[in-house]
Design a protein. Sequence first.
Length: 510
Amino acid sequence: MTEHAESAADEFPEPSGTGRVDVVGTAHVSEHSVEEVESAIEESKPDIVAVELDEGRYRQIKGETPDDLDASDLLRGNTVFQFLAYWMLSYIQTRLGDRFDIEPGADMKAGIDTAERLGLGVALVDRDIQTTVQRFWARLTAVEKLKLVGSLAAEMGPPLTVGLTVGAVFGGLFAVVAGAFGGPFIVPSGALSGVFPGGLGGTVEGLLDTLLLICVAAAGIGIPIAALLVQFRGEADVEEFDMEKLTDTDVVSAMMEEFRQFSPGGAEALIDERDAFIAHRLVALREAGYHVLAVVGAGHREGIQNYLDNPETLPPMESLTGTEGGRRVSLYKLVGYGFGVVFLVFFGLLILGGASQAVLLQLFVALVVVNAVLAGGLAKVAGAHWSSAAAAGAFGWLTSLFPLLAAGWFAGYVELRYISVNISDIATLNEILNDQESPVMDLVSRMRAVPLFRLILVVALTNVGSAIASYVVFPVLIPYISSDIGGMQGVSRLLWQGVREGTQILVGVL
């Protein structure tokens, strides 16, 4: 059923024959709105109370067991990022609910409970949340997506603390990998030989050099992140809001306009399309002869009412459903394919240029090893089990040559042997983020214990580790690995020879 509302019960009651729709605009976290909804239903006694919910959110409000998520969807495409968008929207509502001591969605629950108490029908008229979030994410620009993710990170604590913590984690991994293949980088060799006896000076130099390298990397990575988080934080003083004003037309219009300025495309998916979708279902109920009282968020009231007054302006229902494809080839995928082609061409030209099997083997082994260390290491940092981290390390190098085979997928699928993810994990994450007293590392540790977050973190950090290994560390190591053939000059010579040989082959074929 695409144009008809879903009944919360087995079927709707018989229509009274007086087809009409009354719309009540509410604030989802306002006690006043709860009272307004209950009063409106009791006074008008409609045939049906329509609520701004889909089947999944209705079940959640009713306290039914949430569905397990299809974890395989989280391991593919943009679904991980859609989860972040959904989490952000959920977190905002949770924060508002906590500030005003009312459960988010209490207005919808009041509508459902009052309708059931009076023996009225309940219609679920909103679009599926997964469809809305997917279309919302697809409409955001790259900068808007960055702001959205950054806003979540900014809630974990003071920006400088969060930034330096992230920087220290990645800086530590960088220092370990760099130290394994070279150094010292900061402390001069032999600087402490006269201070400590025997070989102890060299050991202390190595430890001090690694520590300083971690500090430099942490500052280099963390300070820019902290600066970004300061921009994202911009926390409005929600406590000054008068919740009754959130249902005032002028205030709501101003808030909607502000959101449109932030993201015109996001506003279209999150507000305009849902206005039309809900209006489609309300019009269908009205035409069937039902007297309907619709309980919707204040931000949707004006748009829905306009469509109810002018149903001929409604866009086709088909344009409001289904997933948003976005660009056929995203910039992210294009860059990934480009790097994959570069690696294949690199090894292909070396072969055509006459590189020995020993040189090719050394380069390939280096690619495998750095991927194993960084992809597997970051998977373990994310909280992966040892077998999942091993899978990340074993398949990391494949991502370099074949971008469609992301190392994070392999690690994620293995991790699913140990955990199951559930939509209720999002509520758990919101509770953790609401803890303003605990230190950042404690928050991170608790979030890693949440299966849904850990799965996504394992997938994401595995892919990050593989990317750093392939596109940063491996190129840096090439001169050292190829020292037997003259370092980078020798490699360049083989590549140019490969280009000449390849050109001759192409000319011969053509």
